[in-house]
Design a protein around this ligand. Structure first.
Ligand SMILES: Cc1cc2nc3c(=O)[nH]c(=O)nc-3n(C[C@H](O)[C@H](O)[C@H](O)COP(=O)(O)OP(=O)(O)OC[C@H]3O[C@@H](n4cnc5c(N)ncnc54)[C@H](O)[C@@H]3O)c2cc1C
Length: 489
C-alpha cells in the first residue's frame, strides 16, 4: 500500500479520507481504481479509500476467459494494440511483462466475390496506401475509381465514415475495405459511424480538404520510418488476455482497495455533501456514502444511474446506441491443414455470409498451439448494429451457422469436439456522427466529484479504455472543490 492510501475499513476516520466508488469492474473501472491506489502520495493530496462495485460475479467485463473443450480461452477481447502505450504500460506495471505474447507473422484475408484475398497492409482503416495491394479484392473498375479520388471541399464538424469515403473513393472502398475493418472494431456500419471518432487521421484530411489516398500513404511512410517500425502491432498474454482482470483485482486488494462483485449499482444520489450509492441484489440493497464516483459502465447503465444526479448528461448518454454480438469458439481435434498459414478472415456485409469475421486462434497465437498442440481452436463473430435478429437463435443454431459459413470459406472442417457461444448483448457502443461533441456536452453536465469513463466515451479499444479509466480517476479528484483544502486544513 502506498503512502496516502488507506484501507476501505478506515472510512470512519472522521472525514479525513476521500471515499471513491468505481462503478463497473471492466478494464476501465479496474484501471481507474489502479490509478487511484497507485498514483497518490501523501504529498500529492488526500488519502483515498477506493471501492469497486461490479454487478456481475466476475471482474473484467469484455475481458473474459471460459472453458472450451477443457481449455481456458478468451471468449471476449483477445489482443491489445501494442503501438499505443496504455495497455503495455499497465501490463508492465502489473508485472505481466514476461507473459506478453504477439501474434504469429501470418496474414489475414478479406472475402470478396466469394474468394479470400490478402488483407491489404498499411491501410488507414481500409483506405489503401498502395493501389496494387487492393487489386483483385477490388475489380479493375473499382481500383480505377479509387485512383481518381474526387477531392471534396473541407468539411466542418463530423461526417459518417462510409459516406465520406464513398464520395471520395467510390462505394467499393467503403463496402469491401472500410466496412469489414470497422465492423471488427465496432460491429457497426460505416455509413453511421463518426469519422472524427473512428478514423481521426482521415477526419483531419477531410477538414483540410486533403487527399485521403495521400494521407494513407503519408501514414504508411511514417509508420515504416517511425520508432515503432518492425515492432509487433498487437500483443496479448500467455494464458489469454482474460487473465489480466483477476491479476489486477488481486493487486488492487493487496493495496487496500475493496473490489466487490455481484453488487450491481442501482442508484446514485447526490446530497449537499456526498453521493449515496445503492447497490446489490434487490433483496439485499446497501446504501453507502462516497465523496466521489467514477462511472465506468457502458452508456445505457450510466444513463440510468445518472438520471437523478445529472439528468442532462443522462439524457445525452441514453442516445448512445450499442451493437450486440456473439463469439462462437470451436475446438477441433488435431491440426487442421485448411487453416494453416492464415490468422483468419474478415467478411464485408456485401457477402452472403452471416459471420463477420473468423480468427484461427491456434494459428494466430503460438502460445495456444504450444499449450494445446492436439487441438485447433478458432472463433467466429456474428452480429452487427441493429441486426439483433441474427442472434435471436439458440446456441446450437449459432454454432451451426458458424460451421456452415466456415465451410463455405475454407472448405469442410472436422466435426468440433467442443463449442462455446459467448453472447455480448449491447457489447459495443456505436459512435454516431457528432459523438465527440455529445461526450463533451455530457461530461460538462456532470456535477463535481462524478465522472464517466470507458468504451462509450474515448475509444472502444482496450488501450483507450485504460487511458479513459486512468484519466477519470485523476479527474474525479481534481473536480472535488475545496476537498483538498478541507483535508489538509
Ligand atoms: C466480443 C468483443 C471483442 C473485443 N475484442 C477486443 C480486442 O481484441 N482488443 C481490443 O482492444 N478491444 C476489444 N474489444 C473492445 C473492448 O474489449 C471493450 O471496449 C472494453 O473491454 C470495454 O471496457 P469497459 O471497462 O469500458 O466496459 P466493460 O468491459 O463493458 O465493463 C463494464 C462493467 O460494468 C459492469 N456494470 C454494468 N452496469 C453495472 C452496474 N449498474 N453496477 C455495477 N457494475 C455494472 C459490467 O458488468 C461490466 O463488468 C472487444 C469487445 C467485444 C464485445
Amino acid at each position: 500500500m502506498g503512502p496516502g492510501f488507506v484501507a476501505a475499513d478506515e472510512w470512519h476516520s472522521g472525514g479525513m479520507v476521500t471515499r471513491v466508488a468505481v462503478v463497473g469492474g471492466g478494464i476501465t473501472g479496474l484501471s481507474a481504481a489502479w490509478e487511484l491506489v497507485g498514483s497518490r502520495s501523501a504529498a500529492e493530496g488526500p488519502e483515498l479509500a477506493v471501492t469497486v462495485l461490479e454487478g456481475s460475479p466476475v471482474v473484467g467485463g469484455k475481458l473474459r476467459l471460459d472453458t472450451v473443450a477443457g481449455s481456458l480461452l478468451d471468449v471476449g477481447a483477445e489482443s491489445v494494440l501494442a503501438r499505443r502505450p496504455e495497455a503495455m504500460t499497465l501490463i508492465a506495471e502489473l508485472g505481466l511483462g514476461d507473459r506478453t505474447v504477439h501474434p504469429a507473422p501470418v496474414s489475414a484475408s478479406v472475402i470478396s466475390r466469394g474468394r479470400r484475398w490478402p488483407l491489404p497492409k498499411a491501410t488507414l482503416m481500409g483506405v489503401p496506401s498502395d493501389l496494387d495491394s487492393v487489386r483483385g479484392l477490388l475489380t479493375d473498375a473499382e481500383v480505377s475509381r479509387l485512383a481518381a479520388e474526387a477531392l471534396t471541399p473541407p468539411i466542418h464538424g463530423d461526417v459518417a465514415v462510409g459516406a465520406f469515403v464513398e464520395d471520395r473513393l467510390g462505394a467499393a472502398v467503403t463496402d469491401k475495405l472500410v466496412e469489414p475493418l470497422l465492423a471488427g472494431v465496432y460491429a457497426g456500419h460505416a455509413r453511421h459511424l463518426s469519422l472524427e471518432m473512428s478514423v481521426p487521421a482521415l477526419h483531419g484530411a477531410a477538414r483540410e480538404g486533403r487527399s485521403l489516398l495521400e494521407t494513407a500513404r503519408a501514414a504508411a511512410a511514417a509508420a515504416a520510418d517511425g520508432p515503432a517500425a518492425g515492432t509487433p502491432v498487437f500483443a496479448s498474454l500467455r494464458g489469454g488476455l482474460g487473465s489480466l482482470p483477476s491479476v489486477l483485482r488481486s493487486l488492487l486488494a493487496d493495496r487496500g482497495a475493496e473490489v466487490l462483485t455481484g453488487r450491481a449499482v442501482r442508484q446514485v444520489r447526490r446530497t449537499s455533501s456526498e453521493y449515496l450509492v445503492t447497490s446489490g441484489p434487490t433483496t439485499e440493497q446497501v446504501e453507502r456514502p462516497f465523496d466521489a464516483v467514477v462511472l465506468a459502465t457502458p452508456a445505457a447503465p450510466a444513463a440510468r444511474l445518472l438520471r437523478g444526479a445529472a439528468p442532462a448528461a443522462a439524457a445525452l448518454l441514453a442516445t448512445v446506441e450499442s451493437a450486440s454480438m456473439a463469439i462462437i469458439t470451436l475446438a477441433l481435434d488435431g491440426p487442421v491443414d485448411a487453416l494453416a498459414g492464415s490468422s483468419g478472415f474478415l467478411v464485408p456485409p456485401t457477402e452472403p455470409l452471416t459471420i463477420k469475421a473468423s480468427t484461427f486462434s491456434s494459428v494466430k497465437w503460438p502460445w495456444l498451439r504450444e499449450r494445446d498442440p492436439d487441438r485447433t481452436f478458432l472463433r467466429a463473430s456474428m452480429g452487427r448494429h441493429r441486426e439483433e435478429a441474427t442472434l435471436q437463435q439458440s446456441d446450437e443454431a449459432l454454432v451451426g451457422i458458424a460451421l456452415r459459413d466456415l465451410a463455405t470459406v475454407v472448405g469442410a472442417l472436422p466435426a468440433p469436439v467442443g463449442a462455446h457461444v459467448q453472447r455480448w448483448g449491447g457489447g459495443l457502443p456505436q459512435y454516431a456522427v457528432g459523438h465527440r461533441e455529445l461526450v463533451a456536452r455530457a461530461r460538462a453536465a456532470l456535477p463535481p466529484g462524478l465522472v464517466v469513463g470507458g468504451a462509450a466515451y474515448d475509444g472502444v479499444g482496450i488501450p483507450a479504455c485504460i487511458g479513459s479509466g486512468r484519466a477519470a480517476a485523476r479527474a474525479v479528484l481534481t473536480r472535488l472543490p475545496g476537498h483538498r483544502a478541507r483535508l489538509r486544513g
